[in-house]
Design a protein around this ligand. Structure first.
Ligand code: PMP
Length: 403
C-alpha cells in the first residue's frame, strides 16, 4: 500500500490554495509537480557543485561532469538500454523528435515514406512536415477507430519498399490509449524499418524497457516524470546514431576542429552541442530514483485505480461524453459535456480550485476525428487521491448546474 499522504508531503505545491480553495491538480499529463528531493538537488548543485561539464580539469567541473554522467547511467538503467552511449540528453520530447527528424531525416530522399498515426501530438507531426518541405518525404497516417485504437491492419498494409521510419506515440496524451508498441515494432522490423516511440506519456507511468520493445529510438521529457523542465532524453540504438550526422554544431560535440576539417565526438556527445543542462540531468536522475523508490508498478496500479474511479464517476453524469475507450488505457480522462464549451468548463473548474487542461491538447487531428474543437482532460499522478476526484466530479456537476 502506498502512503499517499506521505508522498504528498514531498510536494509543497499541493498545499497551495487557488481562489481560496484547495488546489486539485489534475493536469499531470501537461507537466508533473516536483518533489522536494528534485528541487533540492538543483539548489544544492548550484550552491556546491556548479561548474561547466567536460571542459575543466578543476575539481568542481569534474564533479559536475560525474553527476551528469551518473544521471546518464540512471536513465540507461531506467530504460534498460544496452549502453549509456545510447542516452542523449535533450530539452525534452519535442527536441528528441526534431533531432531524429533532422539528423536521421537528412539521410532520406524524395519519395521516402514515414509512418505516423492519427493520434500523434503535434511534436510528432510537425517535425516530419518540416522534413517533408526540406526533402520531399511522404507522410502516411495510421487511422484510429472511435474507441481510440489504432487500425493495425491498415498499419501493416502501409509498408512499401520506400518506408524508412515509423514514428508512433506509446500512450496518447488525449485518449490515454496504450499502443501495442512491441507489435508495431515487430511489424516494422519485418520490413527492415526502424521505429521511434514517443514515450512522453508512458515513461512516467509504467516500466518502459527499450530492449524488450526493441524500438530504435525513444523520447521522453523530464518534466512529465517529476523532473525539472528543459531536460529530456533521446534513446537511440548505437548503429543508427553512429550513422546519423550531428543535429547541431558547436562545443562539446567535436573531437578536433580546423577550418579545413572537423572531426565529431563519438555518441552521445556528437548530439549534445553546447553547454548541456547538466543540473537538469542530475535532477532527472534524482527524479527517476524518486519514482523507483516508490516503485513504478505500485504507481501505475494506483494511477489506474484513480483513472477508473474518475471514469466511473464521470460516466454517471448525463450528457457527459468520454473520449478514448481503448481496452489498454492509461491514467487520462478526456471528456465534453453537451452544450458546455471546454473552455467554459475549464475556466469554471479553475474557479473551484480544479486544474484541468482544456483545448486541443496539441493533437488537433484527434479533435478533427471526433469533430470537436477541444476537450477537457483530467490526468493523474501518484499524489492524487480519490477525495480529489470526488471534489473534481462534484465541481463538474456544479458547473453543469450553472448552464
Ligand atoms: N508527445 C506527447 C504524447 C506529449 O504528451 C507531449 C507533451 N504534452 C509531447 C510529446 C511534447 O513534450 P514536450 O513539450 O515536453 O517536448
Amino acid at each position: 500500500m502506498l502512503d499517499i499522504n506521505k508522498i504528498r508531503e514531498e510536494f509543497p505545491i499541493l498545499g497551495t490554495k487557488v481562489y481560496g480553495k484547495p488546489l486539485v491538480y489534475l493536469d499531470n499529463a501537461a507537466t508533473m509537480q516536483k518533489p522536494r528531493v528534485v528541487v533540492e538537488a538543483e539548489r544544492e548543485q548550484y550552491y556546491t557543485n556548479n561548474a561547466n561539464v567536460h571542459r575543466g580539469v578543476h575539481y568542481l567541473s569534474q564533479q559536475a561532469t560525474e553527476m551528469q554522467e551518473n544521471a546518464r547511467v540512471k536513465v540507461r538503467n531506467f530504460l534498460n538500454a544496452a549502453s549509456e552511449q545510447e542516452i542523449i540528453f535533450t530539452r525534452g520530447t519535442t527536441e528528441g523528435i526534431n533531432l531524429v527528424a533532422t539528423a536521421f531525416g537528412s539521410l532520406l530522399k524524395e519519395g521516402d515514406e514515414i509512418i505516423v498515426s492519427e493520434m500523434e501530438h503535434h511534436s510528432n507531426i510537425v517535425p516530419w512536415q518540416l522534413l517533408q518541405q526540406r526533402q520531399g518525404v511522404v507522410l502516411k497516417v495510421v487511422p484510429f477507430d472511435d474507441n481510440g485504437e489504432l487500425d493495425l491492419q491498415k498499419y501493416a498494409e502501409m509498408f512499401t519498399e520506400r518506408t524508412r521510419l515509423v514514428s508512433i506515440v506509446h500512450v496518447s496524451n488525449v485518449l490515454g490509449t496504450v499502443n501495442p508498441v512491441k507489435d508495431i515494432v515487430s511489424v516494422a522490423h519485418g520490413h527492415g524499418v526502424p521505429v521511434l516511440i514517443d514515450a512522453a506519456q508512458s515513461v512516467p507511468h509504467f516500466k518502459v524497457d527499450v530492449r524488450d520493445i526493441d524500438c530504435d529510438f525513444l523520447v521522453f521529457s523530464g518534466h512529465k516524470v517529476y523532473a525539472p523542465t528543459g531536460i529530456g532524453v533521446l534513446y537511440g540504438k548505437r548503429e543508427l546514431l553512429d550513422k546519423m550526422p550531428p543535429y547541431q554544431g558547436g562545443g562539446e560535440m567535436i573531437s578536433t576542429v580546423s577550418f579545413e576539417h572537423t572531426e565529431y565526438e563519438t555518441i552521445p556527445y556528437k548530439f549534445e552541442a553546447g553547454t548541456p543542462n547538466y543540473v537538469g540531468a542530475n535532477a532527472l536522475g534524482i527524479a527517476l530514483d524518486f519514482v523507483e523508490n516508490i516503485g513504478l508498478d505500485k504507481i501505475h496500479n494506483y494511477e489506474l485505480q484513480l483513472a477508473n474511479y474518475a471514469t466511473e464517476q464521470l460516466s454517471r453524469i448525463d450528457g457527459l461524453r468520454i473520449f478514448g475507450r481503448a481496452a489498454q488505457k492509461d491514467a487520462v480522462v478526456s471528456f465534453l459535456v453537451d452544450g458546455i464549451h471546454h473552455l467554459d468548463m475549464g475556466t469554471l473548474l479553475d474557479r473551484l480550485g480544479i486544474a484541468v487542461r482544456t483545448g486541443h491538447h496539441c493533437a488537433q487531428p484527434i479533435m478533427t476525428h471526433y469533430n470537436v474543437d477541444g476537450m477537457v482532460r483530467a490526468s493523474f499522478a501518484v499524489y492524487n487521491t480519490e477525495q480529489e476526484i470526488d471534489f473534481f466530479v462534484a465541481a463538474v456537476k456544479r458547473v453543469i448546474q450553472m448552464f
